[in-house]
Design a protein around this ligand. Structure first.
Ligand code: BV8
Ligand code: ZN
Length: 237
């Protein structure tokens, strides 16, 4: 499938965490408490009703205390450890299940639930509790400047240069559990496909908006299909 010195890029979306009990965005029809997620996860939404947005993230941050990585997360960590060539895992997810499963070569292109950023002093702080407009910044003591360290709709994703550089030299691109609706992540398959020798594999329980870019579509849940795929990559089965 790929030479042992080849480089692998993996992109994961909400379907990666579905079997850990974290609902996907399409699973809830893109709604939360009757609000469109694009409206809540946006700077405009935060300016309009900061407490609503804080509640949206406080509930999801608290939910992290009750979920565990699944066999899919563990399989990707095993692939990273066992692969001798280049490896990069890019996730659109803001949960910490990849790192808790042992992944290290990891980019959270849409930010992280367990981090907050101070608009006053720029500090990015690890944060596991609730956040509100009255919370004081541990770094500068300012109040009212803390926001989730999350990339909202209309904001620039993190580490795009590093991601595009990895895609430009990928020999294998694996896309797991994303509906391929949100850009620029949804465009990564097309980027990888620019390299004629790159093999593209999609792992999903459904067809997606980007399925046409892939050479292989593995139809099934990530926690079931990824351990088999990783085994075939590492042991050339
Ligand atoms: C940007 C953090 C400029 C927030 C997120 C009009 C047309 C095209 C684009 C746009 C447009 N208007 C605006 C845009 C740009 C916009 C965008 O794409 N909008 C969409 C809605 C049209 N994008 C942006 O604003 C981005 N920024 O464009 O800046 C720019 C552009 C280029 C270069 C530089 C700058 C910022 C987007 C980031 C928004 N933040 N997350 C939070 O989480 O609260 S996005 C959020 O939604 C997720 O992070 C994720 O990215 C996305 C949800 O998608 P998925 O992860 O795919 O999840 P989903 O539920 O959709 O699908 C789940 C899939 O899993 C399904 O396919 C399902 O079948 C599958 N599945 C389910 N169970 C399993 C499974 N698969 C395997 N196993 C299972 N068990
Ligand atoms: Zn501060």
């Amino acid at each position: 499938m790929i030479s042992a010195s080849g480089s692998i890029v993996v992109l994961t979306g909400a379907g990666m965490s579905a079997e850990s009990g974290i609902p996907t965005f399409r699973g809830v029809d893109g709604l939360w408490e009757g609000h469109r997620i694009e409206d809540v996860a946006s700077p405009e939404g935060f300016a309009r009703d900061p407490e609503l947005v804080h509640r949206f993230y406080n509930l999801r941050r608290a939910a992290l205390n009750h979920v565990e990585p699944n066999e899919g997360h563990r399989a990707l960590a095993q692939l990273e450890r066992g692969w001798k060539g280049g490896f990069l895992l890019v996730t659109q997810n803001v949960d910490d299940l990849h790192e808790r499963a042992g992944s290290e070569k990891l980019i959270h292109m849409h930010g992280e639930l367990r981090k907050v950023r101070c608009e006053g002093c720029g500090a990015v702080l690890t944060w596991t509790q609730d956040l509100s407009s009255g919370t004081r910044c541990r770094a500068c003591g300012g109040i009212g400047g803390l926001r989730p360290h999350i990339v909202w709709f209309g904001e620039f994703p993190f580490e795009m240069d590093r991601i595009m550089a990895a895609l430009a030299k990928a020999d294998l691109f694996i896309c797991v559990g994303t509906s391929g609706v949100v850009y620029p992540a949804a465009g990564f398959a097309r980027e990888a496909a620019r390299r004629a020798t790159c093999r593209l594999i999609e792992v999903n329980v459904d067809q997606t908006a980007i399925s046409s870019h892939f050479h292989q579509h593995i139809h099934g849940p990530a926690a079931v299909e990824l351990p088999k795929l990783v085994d075939s990559i590492l042991h050339g089965r």
